[in-house]
Write a protein that binds this ligand. Structure first.
Ligand code: ZN
Ligand code: FE
Length: 246
């Protein structure tokens, strides 16, 4: 997708730069480190309209105000968490629509990693197909840790994402894929889709490239956290991953 670019931040975070081709409108997701984000916007589109925040953690929001001060963009985040997010220009909740030029996102409440976590689903981003901005709810081959929510809440959040089209591109908040894959392999050692994905990830990372975005169809086939049948098996899987030393 030409309109979608990861901006690597810190050790393994991604901010995502979104450009709506029809209008030239530009958004950035989770600009936690202002320096590299300002650099990427200045060197690229040269304008910024929207700052989308998935959740309140510092490694997702810390640079938002500085980026806004530089480009004048509007900050959009969860109304449930507005007391602990940077000052919001727009507070949103489940079902709200957010427009980036001609591209429209629907807000999905995805509690689990944090209570107020949200994701953004574009059914056709920039004319290039569906896009899911998932923050720390869903990673490639993994999912976020349960820092505030329960296993039941996270299972329901992941079930909501599992209902999205397989052709959807997943833009997640961290480059955790290789480490997630080491755990996933212990859960489903015979899974051929997982084995293929692990090979692809090894090749991409060896070349210094991001493992994201990835199509949800690949995650449906390979990500054990999306393949858990019920909340109880999800909870066991999550606990095993937390204890995994891989
Ligand atoms: Zn987080
Ligand atoms: Fe994070």
């Amino acid at each position: 997708m030409k309109s979608l670019h990861p901006i690597p931040l810190f050790a393994d975070n991604y901010a995502w730069l979104l450009t709506d081709a029809a209008t030239g409108a530009v958004g950035v997701v989770d600009p936690a480190d202002a320096g590299p984000v300002i650099e990427a916007v200045a060197a690229g589109p040269g304008r910024l309209d929207l700052i989308l925040l998935t959740h309140h953690h510092a490694d997702h929001v810390a640079g938002a105000e500085a980026v806004k001060a530089r480009f004048g963009a509007a900050i959009v985040g969860a109304s449930a968490d507005r007391h602990r997010l940077p000052p919001l220009d727009r507070a949103v909740a489940e079902g709200d629509a957010v427009a980036l030029g001609a591209s429209r996102a629907r807000v999905l409440a995805t509690p689990g990693h944090t209570r107020g976590h949200i994701a953004f689903f574009f059914d056709d981003f920039s004319g290039e197909g569906p896009l899911l901005v998932a923050g720390d709810t869903l990673f490639s081959l993994g999912c976020g840790r349960l820092l505030e929510g329960t296993a039941e809440e996270m299972f329901a959040s992941l079930a909501k994402l599992s209902a999205l089209p397989g052709g959807t591109l997943l833009a997640a908040g961290h480059e955790y894929t290789a480490a997630n894959g080491r755990f996933a392999r212990t859960v489903e050692p015979e899974n051929a889709a997982l084995a293929r994905r692990l090979e692809e990830v090894a090749r991409l990372r060896a070349a210094g490239l991001p493992s994201l975005p990835v199509r949800l169809a690949e995650e449906f086939a390979a990500n054990p956290f999306l393949r858990a049948r019920d909340a109880a098996s999800f909870a066991r899987l999550r606990a095993a991953k937390d204890a995994f030393k891989g």
